[in-house]
Structures are given as C-alpha cells and as structure tokens.
Design a protein around this ligand. Sequence first.
Ligand code: ADP
Length: 537
Amino acid sequence: MPKQEGAPAAQPRGRDPRSRPAPDKAPPSGKRPSTLIIGSEVQPFAKTGGLADVLGALPPALDRLGWDATVALPRYRGVTAGALVDAFPVTVGGYTRDAGFFETPLAGHARALLVDCPDLYDREALYGVDAGDYPDNPRRYAFLARAALEFAARRGTVPSIVHAHDWQAGLAPVYLRTLYAAHPMLGGMPSVLTIHNLAYQGVFAADWLPALDLGWELFTIDRLEYWGRISFLKGGVLEADFITTVSPRYAEEIQTPELGFGFDGILRSRRADLRGILNGIDTREWDPPHDPFLPAPFDVKDLSGKRDAKIALLKRYGLAADTGAPARPLVGIVSRMIDQKGFDLIAALVDDLPRLDASFVVLGTGEARYQDLWKALAARYPDRIGAHIGFDESLAHLIEGGADIFLMPSRFEPCGLNQMYSMRYGTVPVVHAVGGLADTVHDYGLAAPGPGNGGPGDSRATGFVFHEYSPAAMLGALTRALTLFADGRRWHALQVAGMQQDFSWDRSAREYVKIYERAIGQRAAKADATSKGKGDK
Ligand code: ADP
C-alpha cells in the first residue's frame, strides 16, 4: 500500500513562492519557439527503461536547434533536484492537492519541471509494486498533465506545442481538446503524441471518467472507449495533431494485427499523421573515450581499452579472467527479463547456449522464471556464465564496453537503445529483425556485396540479424557471430563500422522539429480559416 495514500494534502517542500509572481527563468531569447514535453520518466531523475533516456536527451537536442524545451515529470521519492518556482492547488475531478513546481536545468537552456505532490508521487516505485500497479495511476498521471499545462498557462508564456509521451501523458492532448479547448492560453494549442511502446495502453475502468474531469460523451468508440473501458493512449492517439513512434519500421508494424496490440485499426485511421522517428542515443553519457564506468578509455582508432573492460567485466562477474578466458567471445545482455525481450527464445535454448564456445554476462530484472533461469545457469557454469539480477547503470556501461557480442532477440522492439550503445562501444549486436533493431543493425551476411563484403572495405554491415522469431534462428545468428569472431580482421571491421554510425540525437531532434512545425502550421491555418469564416458572416 502506498505510504501517502489518504494522507492530508501535503505542502510542497521548500519556500512558498505564492506571495509573488512566478519568476520566468526562460532564456533571454524570448522569441524562440517552445515545447512542453510531458512524460513519466526522465534521466537522470527517474528511469525504468528507454523512455527515460529519450526524455533526458531530447530536450537538450531541441535546445541546440533553437527550441526552448521543458520536460515535465513527477517529483518521485528520492528526487531532490530543482528549485521551487511556483506552487498552486491543482484539481482533478474533485481531488485537490497543492502542487509544487521545481525547475532544474538540463544541458543548455533546456530544463526539467518536477511536479511535486507527495500524496501521488512519494511512493516506493514509479508505477507500482509487486502486488500490482498503483490503483490510482489514472489520477497520478492525469494530475501530471493538468499540473504541467496549468503551470504553463500561469506563466503567461505558453508553449508553441505540447509533446506527450506514452499513455501516462495521453490525456494531455485530450484535455487540450476538451477541458481547455476554450482556455484563453491553452485553447487551440497543437500537440504531438509519441508512442514508445504500444504494449502499454493505460486502460482503466470507465467510471474513472468523472474523476478525471472527462465527460461521458468521450465514452465512445471514436474517443476514449476501449472494449468497455477507457484508454489514455487511445485518447492521445485520436486527439493529438500528429503521432510519432520511435522507429520507421515500428510505425509500420503497429498498423498490423500482429504487432498492433489491438490498436492497429485506431492507428490505421490516423496513418496520414503517423511518423516513425528513430531515437537517438545520448552520445555524451554513452561515450567510450569518456566513460567513467570503464577502466580505460577507447575509441575507433585504438580499441585496446576494450580488452581492459572485458577483463574488468569478467572479474566483476567472478568469471575466470586468466588463461584463455579473455580470448573467448563474451556475450552480454542488459535487458528487462520479459517475453518481449526474447527471453522465451533464450529459455528454449537453455541446453544449447552453454555448449557454445562463449561466456555470457547478463544484467536485468523481470519475470521470476527468467531471473531463476539465469541464476541457475550461472550456478551451473560458474566459470562461463554470470548473472546479475538488478538495475545497475554502471554495470550496464561495463557490459557495453567489455562484451564482444550483445544479444537482443526481442520479439518486438519499438526502437531499442542497447543495440545502438553496443555499436558505439564496438560490441557487435545480434538481433531479431524487428522494429528499431531492423532499422539500425545491418546483417553481416546480407550486407550489400562490395569490396570485402564485411571485410575492411564494407561499411554497411554492423551486426547479425535473424528474421524468423524462433530459437533455431537466434542460435543460427549467434553461431554466425561466434564464427566470425575468430576472424580478427573481419571482426574488427564490423566493430569499426558500428562505431562509425551516427545515432546522435541531433538527427532525431531535427525530425521532431519538422513535425512540430507542421502541427503548428496546421493549427494556425485552421485558426485563420475559422476567423475568416467568422468575418465573412
Ligand atoms: P526498454 O525501454 O524496452 O526497456 P531499451 O533498449 O529502449 O528497452 O532501453 C533500455 C534502457 O534501460 C537502456 O538504457 C538499458 O541500458 C537500461 N537497462 C535495462 N535494464 C537495465 C538494468 N537491469 N540495469 C541497468 N540498465 C538497464
């Protein structure tokens, strides 16, 4: 049970600025277009997965393109960053709490806005505990959207666009079209919704509607209703001006019954406004020449530090690091241990993997059966298989740095970050050809014929890809990788090709700006047409 449930309205921590107008910390360039990004996790404040990496890196990248970027998220337990810049009561469906607004700079002028409401956010975990998701999650995330939008309106300098992420922010576009449609500051504001993982749709009992200040007229098939319940994500998809998802391939896949999770029809109805924009990676945080978690720096010209990382990694896992061990290929996995990530394929190969001439290091948390499987393998093969169950950022870096091969056999993968980190660290990915994995990893065997095909003259091949989602196909790709590992020259060429890929955020941010500009342009044109229409009457 969350500790704060039912507690009296908590006061925001820090001084109370209500006695004077909220200071506007906007950068001097007041005319810059601005985006209010809303999401449930942002690096370095709160993270359970790739969404946090994206929301930590996108605002600074937009800032570099001349956009004023603010990302709003809950001030969860343990987050102490930020200075209180405003505080006021926020009401959602009769539930009123004082919200504190803490700002803290990200890189450049970009900033995070941490919404403080201990009753909702001062809890053990982000979304729920082992017993299940927090039952008031609809309120927790509706409150976030409302607080962020009302904060923007109070400032007087409303954003040019709102950019909502995943179901947790799905109600932001809905509120803009309903509750705030006639609001003097927020009315008519364009919005974009980004889907990071369609498997999570924010589906709740329909009787939440009044508690979210949403009318029953929204309980229809073309609004929020979803099989007798309501879906925050569906609301966002249908009310946002544009929808993006995190890779071009995934944008196609989610329109099919196989990978549409019941949303394929809804998404097909909006296909004209749906785009796939590949995530970038934070190239400062994931940078082998400057990675504090590696024992020695390395780069594309001199990979010798990677050997040090491998030895450190073997030692960290208590695997044999002397004699022949460092020469044996080392396969790394950093992942949530769930079916989506291909752990069912791994489980089916539980007798085959240990027979390969390779060592394995695994880091992750997830379903007990997969945690147990890896723990059992590590106990059985203590010199060659290591499993660490937990979330450990520094170890994730060391695995990317020290492994030779990164295994990512996801059943579906909207974008995936680890395969990109791997390539940047000269760690060759073995992936299933799906979503962002298909968009970012080029198969060694299928690389365009060219000088050396995979040898030093070939710049396209960056890894090993399997197409059929089956244990045999995964084993085949992994075996191909292990075979090539023995050919030092070709292997080195593959590493170099991966390390030279450009996965920077600047490229992705430019595409978001294009979508922002289109959404803003369309809204302006609509507003123009409406006011002309009125004038003609
Ligand atoms: P997803 O968001 O579906 O989990 P991604 O590949 O997009 O998958 O992003 C996962 C992110 O979370 C990466 O930054 C990865 O390194 C990190 N990660 C996942 N599990 C762990 C873990 N157990 N310890 C440290 N980092 C982890």
